[in-house]
Design a protein around this ligand. Sequence first.
Ligand code: FAD
Length: 461
Amino acid sequence: MKPIVQALVDALGTGSVKTGDAIEARYLGDWSGKATSNPLAVALPRSTAEVATVLRLCNEARQGVVPQGGLTGLAGGAIPSSGDICLSLERMVGIEEIDPASATMTVLAGTTLQTVQEAALAAGFEFALDLGARGSCQIGGNLATNAGGVRVVQSGTARDQVLGLEVVTADGSVLSSMSKMVKNNTGYDLRHLFIGSEGTLGIITRAVLRLKPCRAARSTALCAVKDYDSAVGLLRALQAHFGDEVGAFEIMWPDFFDFGVSFSRTKQSPFGAAYPLYALIEQAGFSDDGGERFAAALNTQLEAGVLLDAVVAQSQAETQALWAIREATAELPVKLDPINFDVSLPIGEIGRFVDACREVFARRWPGHYAVYFGHIGDSNLHVTVDGRSIPGVSAEEVDHVLYSLVRNYRGSISAEHGIGVLKRPFLGYSRSPSELAVMRAIKDALDPRHILNPGKVLPPV
Ligand code: FAD
């Protein structure tokens, strides 16, 4: 046994350090599908003090440590290289406190998102973050990746749901900023350094989360518009009318819409005709008017010619049927050999970007198949290219073509999932040399021996 592993066993006990065949396959990879290697050991601390002990020992031994949450990440950020030690947060589970006056919840980092959502609801509040992996992903992982999800247009990203944070830094120091206050302008806001840092600057152990009042009334509609600019016009008109009651604004280009419809129960579009662009819209408010205000606002847009057509769900079953078209994303890995992109662009540019992307792809790979959809209210576009439609072309080649276009549009190569290892070669497409230099300076200051999540996020100099 390597001395560092023996030191961890001595400090934490044999039950908290797995080695060799005792390391289950789930610790070796995440949902990104990236190839994995065997770690030296998996440490399973039960408290902040134990996390601090692991990092202190590993720092002294210059041992690489890979933080692991629910392992649902899609950028390969939690995958160990051989010789790394994984530090799983799975035993640091629990809600310490719900404070109704502050509207906060204090949680341990290994608690799943779904547990947090359910506890918030039981206490008469809502936790605004939501995403498909809710049952497995952990709050620590959500914060480390600054997760987005389906409600960003209304409530912002994971970053916006946090008031306080406790982090263990590389040398084992515990940095506690567990504030419950909304206003706190006392120097640098350290929590934001760690949120989105993908485990490269510190390990998140606890958090004070913001809770929101429950939005009891939800209305959903599928709308058809003539072009992208009309979709943006519709979004802004609805926001002018409803403010942050606009809870989702999902755009689907016809290729994705047809794919989604083909997996719906009826396999038929809710419209009698095909349209250039579709928007699935949710209005989530506090007073239940039976959807009247929403229907009236859509009617105004219909009369103004902004909308070509609209179907408003009249029941929970109809709402689910409309969402099922958008949620056909789950079928992408089943039916295609997907090369996925999750990029951000200035909202006014997304339509032109999609046109340019189609043109570049068609010129380079005639016969390719790609689908386009996104949460345009938060500047997020998803593109999925079917690898089977471009035989002999590597995913890296498609990455290069698409990310080059993103760079030309001054967009971001990663809207939601972080950089991890998969997007690391392209970080410079969205960040300037001076931004990268500051990131490296921060990394050197907080983790001078570079033990935390080695080889992730920052490309080699
Ligand atoms: P992991 O995958 O375990 O780790 C992710 C990164 O965070 C790694 O770099 C890891 O080292 C680091 N990390 C984990 N825990 C900690 C910690 N406590 N301290 C420091 N670093 C840590 N993401 C979105 O943003 N929006 C979506 O809509 C969305 N939908 C998804 C749907 C599905 C079906 C799936 C499988 C994934 C989806 N994701 C989405 C991606 C993923 O769920 C998120 O990135 C999630 O936040 C990762 O959390 P996790 O606990 O699984 O983290």
